[in-house]
Design a protein around this ligand. Sequence first.
Ligand SMILES: [Cu+2]
Length: 133
Amino acid sequence: MRRLMAPALLAVALLAPMSNAQPPEWTGAQTVSVELSNFKFTPATLTLQHGVVYRLRLSNTSSGGHDFVAKEFFAGASIAPEDRAKIRNGGIDVDGKETVEVRLVAGQPGTYKSHCSHFMHSSFGMTGTIVVR
Ligand SMILES: [Cu+2]
């Protein structure tokens, strides 16, 4: 019997990483909030953990529209199917006084840039960084 233990443990060790391939538990998402205002993201830096499920909540507190563009970050993340349509050209539009939520799993560790693509907004300071650890 003892001889069977090693192959059994090996099988468990090999199977364990496969659990990552299962659909994420979107209901258990941790909320991370970013406020969009004239002309900044607050906080400017988001730090996320690779593989963790988040609800990215973007709240625009100003009356004019903004967006949150992070092409590389969104391209590398797994986005909840119901939220995919909210991301266009690597960004999320957030109208004045609106809040938009997108559930996602952060992708590969790295440092990603974010900005508002509205005319001149990034040069006024609407830029940010997403750090995935
Ligand atoms: Cu803006």
